[in-house]
Design a protein around this ligand. Structure first.
Ligand SMILES: Cc1cc2nc3c(=O)[nH]c(=O)nc-3n(C[C@H](O)[C@H](O)[C@H](O)COP(=O)(O)O)c2cc1C
Length: 212
């Protein structure tokens, strides 16, 4: 059975446009895949531990092959538990608003927790990073109020949002990525019409994905 992890990075719940578009995509995908196993992470509702000194030390110990002390071992076990939920999915669906040119900090905290050596990536001195995830697919739902690809940049903002997400996923080995953009959500004469259009594109993409 295919498992999809739905990562919600907006704190706006039912008001969130990125979550609404992602849910529309998911509804259509479920229509084509009634047995799809969906796991949702509401990043503003779950308890995300701080990436504190013990976690940073545990990570560095793994990189250099050094033993963990008891506090670092506890920290690493917690990291592995959170990362394994991510690793166990076959597909990812991210609902991510642009915040200050980048991603909301709860998503960055989540990435800092899960993006670990030996779990999502490895590093060779000669050739650099390599991803450890295989055969995964990600769909990114991206919203922003002012920034849009067709508007001049940097006047309307700079996209460290999709670029960061793609670079991170690529480094982890996720290279099959589709995007659903609703941009701009604010600087448009017809916000609700544009939202409906974005939802229609979400349904089309789900049907293109078909049986997953
Ligand atoms: C804290 C915060 C920072 C934001 N920063 C930007 C930004 O840098 N560029 C932009 O175009 N929109 C920015 N926005 C607007 C949101 O990206 C926009 O309203 C988006 O549609 C929200 O998506 P959501 O409904 O899924 O939360 C920001 C909104 C918030 C709350």
């Amino acid at each position: 059975m295919t498992k999809l992890l739905f990562v919600q990075a907006s704190p706006r719940g039912a008001e969130s446009q990125s979550i609404q578009i992602a849910e529309t995509y998911l509804g259509a995908l479920r229509g084509d895949n009634p047995d799809l196993d969906v796991d949702a992470i509401e990043l503003w509702e779950v308890d995300l531990p701080a990436f504190d000194g013990n976690k940073a030390a545990a990570k560095m110990n793994v990189i250099v092959g050094q033993d963990q002390n008891p506090a670092q071992k506890t920290a690493w076990d917690q990291i592995v538990g959170i990362a394994n939920r991510f690793i166990s999915a076959d597909r990812y669906l991210f609902a991510v608003p642009m915040w200050n040119g980048g991603i909301p900090y709860r998503l960055k905290q989540y990435i800092d927790l899960i993006h670990q050596p030996g779990l999502l990536w490895g590093l060779k001195p000669e050739t650099g990073y390599f991803g450890l995830l295989r055969n995964k697919h990600a769909t990114l739902v991206l919203t922003s109020g002012a920034y849009a690809q067709q508007f001049p940049s940097p006047a309307f903002g700079v996209d460290h949002h999709s670029t960061y997400l793609r670079d991170w996923l690529n480094q982890a080995g996720v290279t099959e990525i589709d995007e659903l953009r609703f941009q701009p959500t604010l600087l448009t004469k017809d916000p609700s019409g544009d939202l409906e259009q974005a939802k229609r594109r979400a349904v089309e993409l789900a049907h293109r994905h078909g049986r997953v």
